[in-house]
Design a protein around this ligand. Structure first.
Ligand SMILES: Cc1ncc(C[n+]2csc(CCOP(=O)(O)OP(=O)(O)O)c2C)c(N)n1
Ligand SMILES: [Mg+2]
Length: 572
């Protein structure tokens, strides 16, 4: 039977286990939408209100399910919305399939240079943010290209891919059967050479002060059981990157929280003292390395990663273990069984003292009853209500920092999504949308600043229309506070373009027909959160927060010592 390109695409997606697509229609892809409309039982299309949302939502969907996330947009003005989400997924190694339509092939010359409305070289625009980009040359190749693109995204180091489909390919017909495959990642799990594992075990065995650094690769590889075993059996303290947050339960006495300026002070103290570091799924970016000043050369570094290009790119590994985090940790655990490795009680005592110091300082801030509300206290109210199946998403700006240092995860696993790949404002609500679709029955809390939330007000309609239980907690301080702080600390403090004005986001939510609350006293927040978490519906909780609180450690130190301008090289 002859079937059009839209059918071939939808069938190929279904055959690869795709259940959700986030996007917005356009004329060139109508065949796709025609086919989607006939397969609603198997595949849902989530109509977002801005394609930027689709990119972030697909990313979060993938992080939660371990399957590829899929988004689509129309040629030109739709496709040009994708770089934001794509950059996040690319820098965080998340497999996403981006589908963009294109003008018919016989108008390519006109389109390439914008001689056709909506025309432009969109594939080259997306290329820097994609693991690979593909153009579909014919209906016969459509299923093959989509299948190859999915394979590329989920194998090796995962990442986003782009498939561009011309309108005439969508409209052409074929009798060829669409291909099948898997969209789970990691598609293949590889092990490290045993000789290198033995070296790593020998080096670990010499450690007096070992530390594990868990990066985002632990989450991507779902190496949870192995992490727990390593920590519980050998009592090795662990710090995480922001993306690796949740690799172990943060209530574990050996977990010292997030390493970096948006993390915990004790993670830094302990990591500085470490003699051997076991880094897992870690790309050595600026946050956790304090701008590449850590680890020092005298610290021994064992590095596990799926991408060999990471070994020695910035920091040399004393031992490089090339493979999937879960598989390699299994090997390390097997090796350690026959070793004499033991963490000294002296080291464990230092760890304990430092963690207690941190918890005490944190608790003081988290229990603040100040007005305007301290974000630390608002985060604590969220922690108090969070259930094991719930998910928190964060925005760029200070909300990532508040979550990094103050949001203690009681569970191991994927409970938080932070935009550290691109750190783009306006990602928390789209992430939440994708996460809610990925884990039906869960409740999702999206934390954003007022500047960040303003990017996505239109998506309240998406939440309302599909009754997606996302609770948006907006830290409303009437300013772009991160920007304001950097201007204050580094320059003349003139406050250029950082004042937002204050808006009643709760009232805005009501106009979309969803629950809205404006909260001025911290005592009110817990009960409202509790009510909304039980209600299974979208809401906006607008919390009036203190703009003079900052989660970034250099800023906090500068504020404490009142040495304005003294940290210009650190603040950014
Ligand atoms: C898309 C985008 N534009 C600009 C920035 C730079 N930036 C980082 S934080 C920030 C301020 C965020 O303000 P808000 O969301 O209100 O959070 P607050 O810092 O006040 O808590 C800005 C402008 C960015 N990260 N992403
Ligand atoms: Mg703000």
């Amino acid at each position: 039977m002859q079937r059009h390109g839209g059918y071939v695409l939808v069938e190929t997606l279904i055959n690869h286990g795709v259940t959700h697509v986030f996007g917005m229609p356009g004329g060139q892809a109508n065949a796709f939408y025609d086919a989607l409309s006939q397969r609603k039982e198997e595949i849902s299309h989530i109509l977002i209100r801005d394609e930027t949302t689709a990119g972030f939502a697909a990313d979060a969907f993938s992080r939660v399910t371990g399957r590829i996330g899929v988004c689509d947009a129309t040629v030109g003005p739709g496709a040009t919305k994708f770089p934001s989400g794509l950059m996040e997924a690319f820098n965080s190694s998340v497999p996403v399939l981006v589908l963009v339509s294109d003008h018919p092939q016989n108008s390519v010359l006109l389109q390439q240079y914008g001689r056709i409305s909506q025309g432009g070289n969109q594939l080259d625009m997306l290329k820097p943010f994609a693991k690979e980009t593909f153009n579909v040359p014919s209906i016969e190749m459509l299923s093959k290209v989509v299948s190859a693109a999915i394979h590329t995204a989920v194998s090796g180091r995962p990442g986003p891919v782009v498939v561009q489909i011309p309108q005439n390919v969508f409209l052409a017909t074929t009798e060829l059967e669409p291909l099948s495959g898997t969209s789970y990642h990691p598609k293949y799990r590889s092990s490290a050479p045993e000789s290198e594992v033995a070296k790593a075990v020998r080096l670990l065995s010499t450690a007096k002060k070992p530390v594990i650094l868990a990066g985002g690769g632990v989450q991507l590889s779902q190496a949870y059981d192995e992490m727990t075993q390593l920590i519980e059996t050998y009592k090795i303290p662990v710090v995480t990157t922001l993306t690796g947050k949740g690799s172990v339960a943060e209530t574990n006495e050996l977990c010292l929280g997030v390493l970096g300026e948006l993390g915990s002070p004790c993670a830094k103290v302990i990591s500085d003292q470490a003699d051997v570091i076991l880094a897992i799924g870690y790309k050595h970016s600026q946050n956790s390395s304090y701008r590449w000043t850590w680890p020092r050369e005298d610290q021994q570094f064992i590095h596990i990663d799926i991408d060999p290009a990471e070994f020695g790119r910035i920091i040399n590994a004393n031992v490089a273990l090339w493979g999937d985090a879960r598989e390699v940790l299994k090997q390390v655990l097997a090796g350690l069984k026959n070793s004499s490795f033991e963490t000294s009680s002296e080291w464990l005592n230092t760890v304990k003292v430092e963690k207690e110091k941190w918890l005490q300082a944190r608790n003081e801030e988290s229990s603040s009853k100040s007005n305007p509300i301290w974000p630390q206290a608002a985060v604590q109210a969220i922690v108090d209500q969070l259930g094991p199946n719930d998910i928190v998403t964060c925005d760029a700006g200070f909300s990532s920092g508040w979550a990094g240092g103050f949001l203690e995860l009681k569970q191991q696993g994927r409970q938080i999504i932070l935009p550290r790949g691109a750190a783009g404002l306006g990602s928390s609500l789209p992430f939440a949308l994708g996460a809610a679709m990925a884990r039906p029955g869960s409740r999702v809390i999206a934390i954003s600043g007022d500047g960040a939330f303003s990017y996505n007000v239109g998506e309240l309609a998406t939440l309302k229309q599909l009754n997606i239980p996302v609770i948006n907690v907006v830290f409303n301080n009437a300013v772009l506070s991160w920007s304001k702080w950097t201007q204050q600390l580094n320059f003349t403090g003139n406050n250029q373009s950082v004042e937002l004005g204050s808006y009643e986001f709760g009232a805005i939510a009501k106009s979309y027909g969803i629950v809205g609350e404006d909260v001025r006293n911290i005592e009110d927040l817990g009960p409202i959160l509790k009510r909304e978490l039980a209600a299974n519906r979208p809401s906006v909780i607008n919390v009036y927060t203190d703009e003079w609180q900052a989660p970034t450690m250099p800023y906090r130190q500068a504020m404490d010592t009142k040495k304005q301008g003294a940290i210009a090289s650190q603040a950014y």
